[in-house]
Design a protein around this ligand. Structure first.
Ligand code: C2E
Ligand code: CA
Ligand code: CA
Length: 584
Protein backbone atom coordinates (compact mmCIF):
# COMPACT_ATOMS: atom_id res chain seq x y z
CA UNK A 1 0.00 0.00 0.00
CA UNK A 2 2.73 2.40 0.98
CA UNK A 3 4.31 2.15 -2.46
CA UNK A 4 1.19 3.43 -4.09
CA UNK A 5 1.47 6.52 -1.93
CA UNK A 6 4.79 7.34 -3.48
CA UNK A 7 3.29 8.07 -6.85
CA UNK A 8 4.42 11.52 -7.81
CA UNK A 9 2.28 12.12 -10.84
CA UNK A 10 -1.49 12.08 -10.83
CA UNK A 11 -3.22 8.83 -11.68
CA UNK A 12 -4.53 9.47 -15.15
CA UNK A 13 -5.74 6.05 -16.28
CA UNK A 14 -9.41 5.11 -16.29
CA UNK A 15 -10.72 2.67 -13.66
CA UNK A 16 -11.73 0.27 -16.43
CA UNK A 17 -8.17 0.00 -17.68
CA UNK A 18 -7.01 -0.70 -14.14
CA UNK A 19 -9.69 -3.28 -13.47
CA UNK A 20 -7.75 -6.30 -14.63
CA UNK A 21 -4.77 -5.48 -12.47
CA UNK A 22 -6.73 -4.37 -9.41
CA UNK A 23 -8.87 -7.51 -9.47
CA UNK A 24 -5.74 -9.57 -8.92
CA UNK A 25 -4.65 -7.87 -5.71
CA UNK A 26 -5.68 -9.09 -2.27
CA UNK A 27 -6.36 -5.63 -0.91
CA UNK A 28 -9.85 -4.29 -1.37
CA UNK A 29 -9.76 -1.24 -3.60
CA UNK A 30 -12.47 1.37 -3.89
CA UNK A 31 -12.47 4.23 -6.37
CA UNK A 32 -14.58 7.22 -5.36
CA UNK A 33 -15.98 9.76 -7.77
CA UNK A 34 -16.27 13.51 -7.50
CA UNK A 35 -19.64 13.39 -5.71
CA UNK A 36 -18.41 10.92 -3.14
CA UNK A 37 -20.03 7.79 -4.55
CA UNK A 38 -18.47 4.49 -5.52
CA UNK A 39 -17.15 4.70 -9.06
CA UNK A 40 -15.67 1.23 -9.13
CA UNK A 41 -14.48 -1.50 -6.75
CA UNK A 42 -12.35 -4.56 -7.22
CA UNK A 43 -13.06 -8.22 -6.62
CA UNK A 44 -11.52 -8.21 -3.13
CA UNK A 45 -13.82 -5.37 -2.05
CA UNK A 46 -16.90 -7.29 -3.14
CA UNK A 47 -15.67 -10.33 -1.21
CA UNK A 48 -14.99 -8.23 1.86
CA UNK A 49 -18.51 -6.87 2.06
CA UNK A 50 -20.13 -10.02 0.71
CA UNK A 51 -21.55 -8.48 -2.46
CA UNK A 52 -22.07 -10.71 -5.45
CA UNK A 53 -20.97 -9.68 -8.92
CA UNK A 54 -24.52 -9.15 -10.17
CA UNK A 55 -25.12 -6.31 -7.69
CA UNK A 56 -23.92 -3.00 -9.06
CA UNK A 57 -22.13 -0.98 -6.44
CA UNK A 58 -21.55 1.96 -8.72
CA UNK A 59 -23.16 5.05 -7.24
CA UNK A 60 -23.46 3.53 -3.73
CA UNK A 61 -22.49 5.59 -0.68
CA UNK A 62 -19.23 4.09 0.64
CA UNK A 63 -20.21 5.11 4.18
CA UNK A 64 -23.11 2.62 4.01
CA UNK A 65 -20.92 -0.12 2.59
CA UNK A 66 -18.18 0.28 5.22
CA UNK A 67 -19.60 0.57 8.75
CA UNK A 68 -16.38 1.26 10.61
CA UNK A 69 -15.38 1.58 14.24
CA UNK A 70 -12.07 2.61 15.68
CA UNK A 71 -11.40 1.32 19.19
CA UNK A 72 -15.07 0.68 19.74
CA UNK A 73 -16.29 4.10 18.54
CA UNK A 74 -18.49 4.19 15.47
CA UNK A 75 -17.10 6.45 12.82
CA UNK A 76 -19.47 9.27 11.89
CA UNK A 77 -20.03 9.82 8.15
CA UNK A 78 -18.08 13.10 8.21
CA UNK A 79 -15.06 11.34 9.67
CA UNK A 80 -15.37 8.27 7.53
CA UNK A 81 -12.29 7.34 5.47
CA UNK A 82 -14.27 7.61 2.27
CA UNK A 83 -15.42 11.14 3.09
CA UNK A 84 -11.96 12.11 4.14
CA UNK A 85 -10.44 10.65 0.99
CA UNK A 86 -12.96 12.65 -0.98
CA UNK A 87 -11.94 15.84 0.78
CA UNK A 88 -8.34 15.06 -0.09
CA UNK A 89 -7.31 13.97 3.35
CA UNK A 90 -4.69 11.46 2.55
CA UNK A 91 -4.07 9.21 5.49
CA UNK A 92 -4.00 5.83 7.15
CA UNK A 93 -6.25 4.30 9.78
CA UNK A 94 -6.68 1.03 11.59
CA UNK A 95 -10.19 0.06 12.66
CA UNK A 96 -12.87 -2.58 12.69
CA UNK A 97 -15.45 -3.22 10.07
CA UNK A 98 -18.93 -4.25 11.23
CA UNK A 99 -20.56 -5.95 8.33
CA UNK A 100 -24.31 -6.49 7.99
CA UNK A 101 -23.64 -10.22 8.29
CA UNK A 102 -22.40 -9.35 11.82
CA UNK A 103 -19.02 -10.53 10.73
CA UNK A 104 -16.41 -8.37 12.40
CA UNK A 105 -12.99 -8.01 10.80
CA UNK A 106 -10.06 -5.77 11.56
CA UNK A 107 -8.94 -3.69 8.64
CA UNK A 108 -6.30 -1.13 7.78
CA UNK A 109 -7.10 1.45 5.15
CA UNK A 110 -5.13 4.01 3.29
CA UNK A 111 -6.54 6.63 1.02
CA UNK A 112 -4.92 8.42 -1.84
CA UNK A 113 -6.44 11.61 -3.15
CA UNK A 114 -5.74 12.42 -6.75
CA UNK A 115 -4.27 15.71 -7.80
CA UNK A 116 -5.81 15.65 -11.23
CA UNK A 117 -9.41 14.50 -10.81
CA UNK A 118 -10.49 12.52 -13.81
CA UNK A 119 -13.87 11.43 -12.58
CA UNK A 120 -12.12 9.40 -9.90
CA UNK A 121 -10.94 11.67 -7.09
CA UNK A 122 -9.90 9.20 -4.43
CA UNK A 123 -8.73 5.66 -4.02
CA UNK A 124 -9.15 3.67 -0.83
CA UNK A 125 -7.15 0.55 -0.13
CA UNK A 126 -8.39 -1.79 2.57
CA UNK A 127 -6.43 -4.69 3.95
CA UNK A 128 -7.98 -7.32 6.21
CA UNK A 129 -5.71 -7.91 9.15
CA UNK A 130 -5.03 -11.50 10.29
CA UNK A 131 -7.83 -12.72 12.55
CA UNK A 132 -7.20 -14.01 16.06
CA UNK A 133 -4.37 -11.60 16.65
CA UNK A 134 -6.74 -8.86 17.74
CA UNK A 135 -6.56 -5.34 16.56
CA UNK A 136 -3.12 -3.88 16.21
CA UNK A 137 -3.00 -1.10 18.77
CA UNK A 138 -2.14 2.29 17.46
CA UNK A 139 0.45 3.62 19.86
CA UNK A 140 -1.07 6.41 21.91
CA UNK A 141 -3.44 7.66 19.27
CA UNK A 142 -3.63 11.40 19.25
CA UNK A 143 -6.78 12.84 20.77
CA UNK A 144 -9.12 15.28 19.14
CA UNK A 145 -11.40 15.37 16.16
CA UNK A 146 -10.26 14.21 12.76
CA UNK A 147 -8.56 17.06 11.01
CA UNK A 148 -10.26 19.21 8.38
CA UNK A 149 -7.98 19.20 5.38
CA UNK A 150 -6.03 21.89 3.62
CA UNK A 151 -7.40 21.59 0.08
CA UNK A 152 -4.05 22.01 -1.60
CA UNK A 153 -1.94 19.44 0.20
CA UNK A 154 -4.65 17.19 1.52
CA UNK A 155 -3.18 17.84 4.94
CA UNK A 156 -4.88 19.07 8.06
CA UNK A 157 -4.57 22.79 8.76
CA UNK A 158 -2.76 24.65 11.51
CA UNK A 159 -5.93 24.89 13.64
CA UNK A 160 -6.04 21.11 13.93
CA UNK A 161 -2.56 20.97 15.38
CA UNK A 162 -3.46 23.76 17.79
CA UNK A 163 -6.65 21.95 18.89
CA UNK A 164 -4.87 18.65 19.42
CA UNK A 165 -2.10 20.38 21.34
CA UNK A 166 -4.63 22.28 23.45
CA UNK A 167 -6.49 19.07 24.39
CA UNK A 168 -3.29 17.18 25.12
CA UNK A 169 -1.73 19.91 27.21
CA UNK A 170 -4.96 20.34 29.17
CA UNK A 171 -5.20 16.65 29.98
CA UNK A 172 -1.52 16.54 30.96
CA UNK A 173 -2.24 19.25 33.57
CA UNK A 174 -5.07 17.26 35.21
CA UNK A 175 -4.10 16.04 38.69
CA UNK A 176 -4.99 12.44 37.86
CA UNK A 177 -2.98 12.46 34.63
CA UNK A 178 -0.37 9.76 34.23
CA UNK A 179 3.08 10.56 32.93
CA UNK A 180 3.33 10.05 29.16
CA UNK A 181 4.59 6.60 28.20
CA UNK A 182 6.20 8.31 25.22
CA UNK A 183 6.76 12.05 25.05
CA UNK A 184 4.83 14.16 22.60
CA UNK A 185 7.00 15.69 19.90
CA UNK A 186 6.33 18.48 17.40
CA UNK A 187 8.57 18.75 14.35
CA UNK A 188 8.33 21.88 12.19
CA UNK A 189 9.44 21.58 8.56
CA UNK A 190 10.19 24.84 6.78
CA UNK A 191 10.96 24.37 3.11
CA UNK A 192 14.13 26.28 2.27
CA UNK A 193 13.69 28.95 -0.36
CA UNK A 194 10.23 27.68 -1.12
CA UNK A 195 8.95 31.17 -1.90
CA UNK A 196 11.65 31.54 -4.56
CA UNK A 197 10.83 28.10 -5.99
CA UNK A 198 7.13 28.96 -5.86
CA UNK A 199 7.63 32.27 -7.64
CA UNK A 200 9.94 30.94 -10.30
CA UNK A 201 7.87 27.82 -11.09
CA UNK A 202 4.60 29.69 -11.03
CA UNK A 203 1.88 29.27 -8.46
CA UNK A 204 0.31 26.14 -9.96
CA UNK A 205 3.53 24.13 -10.10
CA UNK A 206 4.58 25.46 -6.74
CA UNK A 207 1.37 24.12 -5.28
CA UNK A 208 1.70 20.82 -7.10
CA UNK A 209 5.18 20.46 -5.66
CA UNK A 210 3.84 21.09 -2.19
CA UNK A 211 1.10 18.53 -2.70
CA UNK A 212 3.71 15.98 -3.76
CA UNK A 213 5.88 16.77 -0.78
CA UNK A 214 2.92 16.34 1.55
CA UNK A 215 1.93 13.05 -0.07
CA UNK A 216 5.46 11.67 0.06
CA UNK A 217 5.99 12.59 3.69
CA UNK A 218 2.56 11.24 4.73
CA UNK A 219 3.36 7.91 3.16
CA UNK A 220 6.59 7.64 5.12
CA UNK A 221 5.09 8.37 8.51
CA UNK A 222 3.44 6.07 11.03
CA UNK A 223 -0.35 6.21 10.88
CA UNK A 224 -0.55 7.79 14.34
CA UNK A 225 1.59 10.75 13.32
CA UNK A 226 -0.38 13.86 12.47
CA UNK A 227 1.02 15.90 9.59
CA UNK A 228 -0.41 19.40 9.16
CA UNK A 229 0.26 22.44 7.06
CA UNK A 230 1.33 25.31 9.30
CA UNK A 231 2.07 28.07 6.80
CA UNK A 232 2.46 28.47 3.06
CA UNK A 233 5.87 26.81 3.14
CA UNK A 234 5.77 25.12 6.50
CA UNK A 235 4.53 21.72 7.57
CA UNK A 236 4.52 20.32 11.06
CA UNK A 237 4.05 16.91 12.50
CA UNK A 238 2.93 15.75 15.87
CA UNK A 239 3.79 12.32 17.10
CA UNK A 240 4.98 10.38 20.10
CA UNK A 241 8.58 9.40 20.54
CA UNK A 242 11.80 10.36 22.22
CA UNK A 243 14.51 12.71 21.03
CA UNK A 244 16.23 9.92 19.17
CA UNK A 245 13.03 9.10 17.26
CA UNK A 246 12.49 12.78 16.42
CA UNK A 247 16.01 13.08 15.02
CA UNK A 248 15.50 9.93 12.96
CA UNK A 249 12.29 11.43 11.55
CA UNK A 250 14.09 14.71 10.74
CA UNK A 251 16.76 12.77 8.88
CA UNK A 252 14.15 10.68 7.09
CA UNK A 253 12.35 13.86 5.98
CA UNK A 254 15.60 15.38 4.69
CA UNK A 255 16.42 12.24 2.75
CA UNK A 256 12.90 12.03 1.26
CA UNK A 257 13.07 15.67 0.15
CA UNK A 258 16.38 15.07 -1.56
CA UNK A 259 14.76 12.50 -3.88
CA UNK A 260 13.56 14.34 -6.99
CA UNK A 261 9.95 15.45 -7.41
CA UNK A 262 8.62 15.45 -10.95
CA UNK A 263 6.82 18.48 -12.30
CA UNK A 264 6.12 17.98 -15.99
CA UNK A 265 9.54 17.31 -17.47
CA UNK A 266 11.39 18.97 -14.60
CA UNK A 267 12.93 17.21 -11.63
CA UNK A 268 13.13 19.22 -8.47
CA UNK A 269 14.71 18.47 -5.14
CA UNK A 270 14.17 20.55 -2.04
CA UNK A 271 15.66 20.92 1.41
CA UNK A 272 14.05 21.94 4.65
CA UNK A 273 15.10 23.57 7.89
CA UNK A 274 13.65 21.45 10.64
CA UNK A 275 12.93 22.46 14.23
CA UNK A 276 12.13 19.84 16.86
CA UNK A 277 10.41 20.31 20.21
CA UNK A 278 10.46 17.27 22.47
CA UNK A 279 8.55 16.94 25.75
CA UNK A 280 5.70 19.03 24.41
CA UNK A 281 3.47 18.04 27.33
CA UNK A 282 5.56 20.16 29.70
CA UNK A 283 4.33 23.29 27.88
CA UNK A 284 1.52 25.52 29.11
CA UNK A 285 0.02 26.48 25.79
CA UNK A 286 0.19 25.48 22.10
CA UNK A 287 1.48 28.90 21.04
CA UNK A 288 4.63 28.44 23.13
CA UNK A 289 5.21 25.09 21.44
CA UNK A 290 4.91 26.68 17.99
CA UNK A 291 7.16 29.57 19.06
CA UNK A 292 9.89 27.13 20.13
CA UNK A 293 9.48 25.08 16.95
CA UNK A 294 10.07 28.30 15.02
CA UNK A 295 13.05 29.24 17.17
CA UNK A 296 14.62 25.85 16.44
CA UNK A 297 13.81 26.28 12.72
CA UNK A 298 15.47 29.70 12.79
CA UNK A 299 18.74 28.30 14.16
CA UNK A 300 18.59 25.29 11.85
CA UNK A 301 18.17 27.65 8.89
CA UNK A 302 20.95 29.93 10.03
CA UNK A 303 23.30 26.92 9.97
CA UNK A 304 22.57 26.58 6.23
CA UNK A 305 19.98 24.72 4.20
CA UNK A 306 18.89 21.20 5.05
CA UNK A 307 19.67 21.29 8.78
CA UNK A 308 17.67 20.38 11.86
CA UNK A 309 17.87 21.65 15.41
CA UNK A 310 16.34 20.31 18.63
CA UNK A 311 14.95 23.16 20.72
CA UNK A 312 16.56 24.01 24.02
CA UNK A 313 15.93 27.11 26.16
CA UNK A 314 19.34 28.61 25.35
CA UNK A 315 18.25 28.90 21.70
CA UNK A 316 15.35 31.15 22.70
CA UNK A 317 17.59 33.25 24.96
CA UNK A 318 20.10 33.67 22.14
CA UNK A 319 17.41 34.67 19.68
CA UNK A 320 15.89 37.23 22.05
CA UNK A 321 19.37 38.57 22.70
CA UNK A 322 20.01 38.79 18.97
CA UNK A 323 16.74 40.63 18.37
CA UNK A 324 17.56 43.09 21.16
CA UNK A 325 21.06 43.57 19.77
CA UNK A 326 19.59 44.24 16.35
CA UNK A 327 17.40 47.05 17.62
CA UNK A 328 20.28 48.43 19.73
CA UNK A 329 22.54 48.37 16.66
CA UNK A 330 20.33 50.86 14.85
CA UNK A 331 20.65 53.30 17.73
CA UNK A 332 24.36 52.70 18.22
CA UNK A 333 25.44 54.57 15.11
CA UNK A 334 23.36 57.63 16.03
CA UNK A 335 24.50 57.49 19.66
CA UNK A 336 28.13 57.22 18.58
CA UNK A 337 28.62 54.00 20.51
CA UNK A 338 31.07 52.70 17.89
CA UNK A 339 34.78 53.34 18.10
CA UNK A 340 37.67 52.32 15.94
CA UNK A 341 40.61 50.64 17.62
CA UNK A 342 43.93 50.36 15.82
CA UNK A 343 46.37 47.50 15.98
CA UNK A 344 49.92 48.28 14.87
CA UNK A 345 51.40 46.31 11.98
CA UNK A 346 55.19 46.10 12.26
CA UNK A 347 58.24 45.17 10.21
CA UNK A 348 59.36 41.89 11.72
CA UNK A 349 63.07 42.64 11.34
CA UNK A 350 63.01 45.69 13.68
CA UNK A 351 59.43 45.78 15.06
CA UNK A 352 58.97 49.24 13.64
CA UNK A 353 55.32 50.31 13.22
CA UNK A 354 54.49 50.86 9.55
CA UNK A 355 50.72 50.84 9.63
CA UNK A 356 47.55 49.85 11.50
CA UNK A 357 44.57 47.64 11.12
CA UNK A 358 41.35 49.43 12.06
CA UNK A 359 39.14 47.18 14.21
CA UNK A 360 35.63 48.18 15.07
CA UNK A 361 34.42 48.24 18.68
CA UNK A 362 30.88 48.63 19.97
CA UNK A 363 30.52 50.00 23.48
CA UNK A 364 27.06 48.82 24.36
CA UNK A 365 25.50 50.92 27.12
CA UNK A 366 24.41 47.83 29.11
CA UNK A 367 26.43 44.92 27.78
CA UNK A 368 29.82 46.58 27.63
CA UNK A 369 32.05 45.61 24.70
CA UNK A 370 30.32 43.57 22.00
CA UNK A 371 32.68 41.68 19.71
CA UNK A 372 32.72 42.52 16.00
CA UNK A 373 32.23 38.88 15.09
CA UNK A 374 28.87 39.09 16.89
CA UNK A 375 27.58 42.38 15.55
CA UNK A 376 29.03 42.57 12.02
CA UNK A 377 26.91 39.65 10.70
CA UNK A 378 23.89 41.27 12.39
CA UNK A 379 24.68 44.64 10.83
CA UNK A 380 24.86 42.87 7.48
CA UNK A 381 21.57 41.10 8.07
CA UNK A 382 19.65 44.25 9.01
CA UNK A 383 21.13 46.46 6.30
CA UNK A 384 23.21 48.60 8.64
CA UNK A 385 26.53 47.57 7.16
CA UNK A 386 26.45 50.27 4.46
CA UNK A 387 26.25 53.26 6.81
CA UNK A 388 28.48 51.51 9.35
CA UNK A 389 31.07 50.59 6.71
CA UNK A 390 30.98 54.14 5.40
CA UNK A 391 31.54 55.53 8.91
CA UNK A 392 34.43 53.08 9.52
CA UNK A 393 36.21 53.97 6.28
CA UNK A 394 35.78 57.72 6.85
CA UNK A 395 36.92 57.52 10.47
CA UNK A 396 39.98 55.36 9.66
CA UNK A 397 41.06 57.56 6.74
CA UNK A 398 40.56 60.72 8.77
CA UNK A 399 42.57 59.37 11.73
CA UNK A 400 45.36 58.05 9.54
CA UNK A 401 45.68 61.40 7.82
CA UNK A 402 45.92 63.08 11.26
CA UNK A 403 48.76 60.76 12.30
CA UNK A 404 50.58 61.26 9.00
CA UNK A 405 50.46 65.01 9.48
CA UNK A 406 51.23 64.87 13.16
CA UNK A 407 54.14 62.43 12.89
CA UNK A 408 55.79 63.11 9.52
CA UNK A 409 59.06 61.62 10.79
CA UNK A 410 57.56 58.22 11.43
CA UNK A 411 57.34 55.75 8.55
CA UNK A 412 53.57 55.33 8.91
CA UNK A 413 52.42 54.28 5.52
CA UNK A 414 48.91 52.78 5.71
CA UNK A 415 45.72 52.02 7.55
CA UNK A 416 44.06 48.73 6.75
CA UNK A 417 40.23 48.55 6.86
CA UNK A 418 38.13 45.38 6.86
CA UNK A 419 35.45 45.23 4.20
CA UNK A 420 32.47 42.92 4.72
CA UNK A 421 31.01 40.69 2.00
CA UNK A 422 27.90 42.89 1.63
CA UNK A 423 30.04 46.05 1.33
CA UNK A 424 32.22 44.42 -1.27
CA UNK A 425 29.22 43.74 -3.49
CA UNK A 426 27.96 47.33 -3.21
CA UNK A 427 28.09 48.71 -6.76
CA UNK A 428 29.08 52.21 -5.61
CA UNK A 429 31.92 51.12 -3.31
CA UNK A 430 34.57 52.63 -5.60
CA UNK A 431 32.86 56.05 -5.73
CA UNK A 432 32.26 55.95 -2.00
CA UNK A 433 35.97 55.36 -1.32
CA UNK A 434 36.98 57.97 -3.84
CA UNK A 435 34.83 60.52 -2.06
CA UNK A 436 36.14 59.61 1.40
CA UNK A 437 39.73 59.89 0.20
CA UNK A 438 39.10 63.29 -1.28
CA UNK A 439 37.26 64.51 1.84
CA UNK A 440 39.94 63.30 4.25
CA UNK A 441 42.90 64.13 1.96
CA UNK A 442 44.43 60.70 2.62
CA UNK A 443 46.48 59.51 -0.39
CA UNK A 444 44.90 56.42 -1.92
CA UNK A 445 48.08 54.37 -1.42
CA UNK A 446 47.73 54.88 2.37
CA UNK A 447 44.48 52.95 2.48
CA UNK A 448 44.44 49.16 2.32
CA UNK A 449 41.19 47.24 2.03
CA UNK A 450 41.07 43.79 3.61
CA UNK A 451 38.80 41.27 1.95
CA UNK A 452 38.55 37.53 2.52
CA UNK A 453 39.17 34.72 0.07
CA UNK A 454 35.57 33.55 0.37
CA UNK A 455 34.34 36.98 -0.78
CA UNK A 456 36.41 36.63 -3.94
CA UNK A 457 35.51 33.01 -4.58
CA UNK A 458 31.76 33.56 -4.19
CA UNK A 459 31.59 35.30 -7.57
CA UNK A 460 35.12 35.40 -8.87
CA UNK A 461 34.53 37.24 -12.13
CA UNK A 462 32.65 40.18 -10.56
CA UNK A 463 35.14 40.19 -7.67
CA UNK A 464 38.05 40.53 -10.08
CA UNK A 465 36.30 43.45 -11.83
CA UNK A 466 35.75 45.18 -8.49
CA UNK A 467 39.34 44.52 -7.37
CA UNK A 468 40.68 45.97 -10.63
CA UNK A 469 38.59 49.13 -10.24
CA UNK A 470 39.79 49.59 -6.66
CA UNK A 471 43.34 48.95 -7.79
CA UNK A 472 43.00 51.63 -10.47
CA UNK A 473 41.91 54.03 -7.75
CA UNK A 474 45.29 53.43 -6.15
CA UNK A 475 44.21 51.79 -2.89
CA UNK A 476 46.04 48.70 -1.65
CA UNK A 477 44.29 45.34 -1.45
CA UNK A 478 44.93 42.56 1.04
CA UNK A 479 43.54 39.05 1.31
CA UNK A 480 42.54 38.56 4.95
CA UNK A 481 42.67 35.25 6.87
CA UNK A 482 44.72 33.81 4.02
CA UNK A 483 45.03 30.03 4.02
CA UNK A 484 41.66 29.27 5.62
CA UNK A 485 38.82 27.68 3.69
CA UNK A 486 39.25 28.13 0.01
CA UNK A 487 42.39 27.19 -1.83
CA UNK A 488 42.70 29.96 -4.36
CA UNK A 489 46.43 29.66 -4.85
CA UNK A 490 45.99 28.86 -8.52
CA UNK A 491 44.00 32.03 -9.05
CA UNK A 492 46.10 34.43 -6.99
CA UNK A 493 47.94 35.86 -9.98
CA UNK A 494 44.61 37.03 -11.41
CA UNK A 495 43.88 39.29 -8.42
CA UNK A 496 45.52 42.72 -8.25
CA UNK A 497 46.30 42.08 -4.59
CA UNK A 498 49.50 43.25 -2.87
CA UNK A 499 49.24 41.69 0.57
CA UNK A 500 48.41 38.26 1.92
CA UNK A 501 47.46 38.26 5.59
CA UNK A 502 48.48 34.85 6.86
CA UNK A 503 45.79 33.57 9.18
CA UNK A 504 46.47 33.38 12.91
CA UNK A 505 45.93 29.60 12.91
CA UNK A 506 49.18 29.14 10.96
CA UNK A 507 51.15 31.44 13.20
CA UNK A 508 49.86 29.96 16.45
CA UNK A 509 50.94 26.45 15.49
CA UNK A 510 54.25 27.44 13.92
CA UNK A 511 56.33 26.22 16.86
CA UNK A 512 54.56 22.85 17.22
CA UNK A 513 53.50 21.81 13.74
CA UNK A 514 56.27 21.15 11.20
CA UNK A 515 53.71 20.80 8.42
CA UNK A 516 52.41 24.32 9.05
CA UNK A 517 55.97 25.65 8.87
CA UNK A 518 56.30 24.08 5.45
CA UNK A 519 53.03 25.62 4.30
CA UNK A 520 54.13 29.06 5.49
CA UNK A 521 57.43 28.58 3.69
CA UNK A 522 55.56 27.77 0.46
CA UNK A 523 53.21 30.73 0.86
CA UNK A 524 56.07 33.13 1.52
CA UNK A 525 57.90 31.99 -1.64
CA UNK A 526 54.67 32.21 -3.61
CA UNK A 527 54.07 35.76 -2.35
CA UNK A 528 57.64 36.72 -3.24
CA UNK A 529 57.21 35.31 -6.75
CA UNK A 530 53.96 37.20 -7.26
CA UNK A 531 55.45 40.41 -5.87
CA UNK A 532 53.14 40.35 -2.81
CA UNK A 533 53.87 41.01 0.86
CA UNK A 534 52.91 38.71 3.69
CA UNK A 535 51.57 39.98 7.00
CA UNK A 536 51.58 37.31 9.71
CA UNK A 537 48.50 37.72 11.94
CA UNK A 538 48.28 36.94 15.65
CA UNK A 539 51.96 36.87 16.61
CA UNK A 540 51.92 36.23 20.34
CA UNK A 541 55.38 34.95 21.32
CA UNK A 542 59.05 35.73 20.77
CA UNK A 543 59.48 32.19 19.47
CA UNK A 544 56.86 32.73 16.77
CA UNK A 545 58.55 35.99 15.84
CA UNK A 546 61.91 34.25 15.50
CA UNK A 547 60.40 31.50 13.33
CA UNK A 548 58.66 34.03 11.08
CA UNK A 549 61.88 36.00 10.68
CA UNK A 550 63.69 32.80 9.76
CA UNK A 551 60.99 32.16 7.15
CA UNK A 552 61.68 35.62 5.73
CA UNK A 553 58.19 36.82 6.47
CA UNK A 554 58.33 40.62 6.37
CA UNK A 555 55.49 42.03 8.43
CA UNK A 556 53.42 40.99 11.39
CA UNK A 557 50.74 42.01 13.82
CA UNK A 558 49.74 40.51 17.14
CA UNK A 559 49.57 40.85 20.89
CA UNK A 560 53.34 40.32 21.08
CA UNK A 561 53.82 43.76 19.53
CA UNK A 562 50.66 45.57 20.54
CA UNK A 563 46.97 44.96 21.15
CA UNK A 564 44.30 46.91 19.30
CA UNK A 565 43.97 50.25 21.09
CA UNK A 566 41.97 53.45 20.93
CA UNK A 567 43.21 56.25 18.67
CA UNK A 568 44.13 58.21 21.79
CA UNK A 569 46.37 55.40 23.12
CA UNK A 570 47.98 54.92 19.71
CA UNK A 571 48.68 58.68 19.57
CA UNK A 572 50.44 58.39 22.94
CA UNK A 573 52.46 55.44 21.68
CA UNK A 574 53.49 57.35 18.57
CA UNK A 575 54.48 60.33 20.70
CA UNK A 576 56.80 58.10 22.72
CA UNK A 577 58.34 56.82 19.51
CA UNK A 578 58.73 60.32 18.17
CA UNK A 579 59.63 62.46 21.21
CA UNK A 580 60.41 65.49 19.10
CA UNK A 581 56.77 65.75 17.98
CA UNK A 582 54.39 68.08 19.78
CA UNK A 583 51.20 66.81 21.34
CA UNK A 584 48.43 67.23 18.71
P1 C2E B 1 40.40 40.01 11.55
O1 C2E B 1 40.24 40.96 10.42
O2 C2E B 1 41.10 38.74 11.29
O3 C2E B 1 41.08 40.82 12.71
C1 C2E B 1 42.05 40.31 13.54
C2 C2E B 1 41.45 39.86 14.82
O4 C2E B 1 42.44 39.21 15.58
C3 C2E B 1 40.99 41.03 15.68
O5 C2E B 1 39.86 40.59 16.42
C4 C2E B 1 42.18 41.25 16.61
O6 C2E B 1 41.83 41.88 17.81
C5 C2E B 1 42.60 39.81 16.82
N1 C2E B 1 44.02 39.72 17.15
C6 C2E B 1 45.03 40.52 16.78
N2 C2E B 1 46.21 40.06 17.26
C7 C2E B 1 45.94 38.94 17.94
C8 C2E B 1 46.75 38.00 18.67
O7 C2E B 1 47.96 38.11 18.80
N3 C2E B 1 46.10 36.95 19.23
C9 C2E B 1 44.76 36.80 19.13
N4 C2E B 1 44.20 35.75 19.74
N5 C2E B 1 43.96 37.65 18.45
C10 C2E B 1 44.56 38.71 17.86
P2 C2E B 1 38.60 41.48 16.57
O8 C2E B 1 38.97 42.91 16.74
O9 C2E B 1 37.74 40.83 17.60
O10 C2E B 1 37.93 41.36 15.16
C11 C2E B 1 37.42 40.14 14.74
C12 C2E B 1 36.99 40.19 13.31
O11 C2E B 1 35.91 41.09 13.11
C13 C2E B 1 38.08 40.71 12.40
O12 C2E B 1 38.95 39.66 12.13
C14 C2E B 1 37.28 41.14 11.20
O13 C2E B 1 36.95 40.05 10.39
C15 C2E B 1 36.01 41.65 11.83
N6 C2E B 1 36.06 43.09 11.91
C16 C2E B 1 36.66 43.89 12.83
N7 C2E B 1 36.47 45.18 12.53
C17 C2E B 1 35.77 45.21 11.38
C18 C2E B 1 35.25 46.27 10.55
O14 C2E B 1 35.46 47.47 10.77
N8 C2E B 1 34.55 45.91 9.43
C19 C2E B 1 34.35 44.61 9.12
N9 C2E B 1 33.65 44.33 8.03
N10 C2E B 1 34.81 43.59 9.88
C20 C2E B 1 35.51 43.89 10.99
CA1 CA C 1 41.40 41.86 9.01
CA1 CA D 1 42.50 38.23 9.73
Amino acid sequence: MADLFCMESPLQVSPESLAGALDLVDDAVLLIDAIGRVRWCNRAFRELIGATTDVSLQGADPVDLLPLTVQGETIAPANHPATQALTHLTGNLIGELHLPSLKQVAIAWSSLSLVDPNDVVAVIFIRTLPSGEGLPVVENPLPGPPPPPDTLTGLAERSVLMDVLETTLKSARLPESQPDPLPLVVIGISLDQFRIIHNSLGQLDGERLLAQIAARLSSELRPDVLLVRLEMDQLALLGRGDRHWAIQIAELIQSQLRLPFRLGDRHITVTASIGIVVNVSTYDCPLSVIRDVNVAIHWAASAGRGNYKVFEPSLLRRLVEQLELESDLWRALENQDFELYYQPIVLLKNEQIVGFEALLRWHHPQRGHVLPLTFIPLAEAIGLIDPLGDWTLREACCQMQKWRTQFPNLPLSFVSVNISGKQFSQPDLVQQIQQILSETALPARSLILEITESMIMEDMESAILMLKELHRLGVGLAVDDFGTGYSSLGYLHRFPVEILKLDRSFVSSIDVDAEKVEIIQTLVSLAWNLGMDIVAEGVETAKQLAQLRALRCERGQGYFFARPQSARDITRLLQQMSPTQKVG
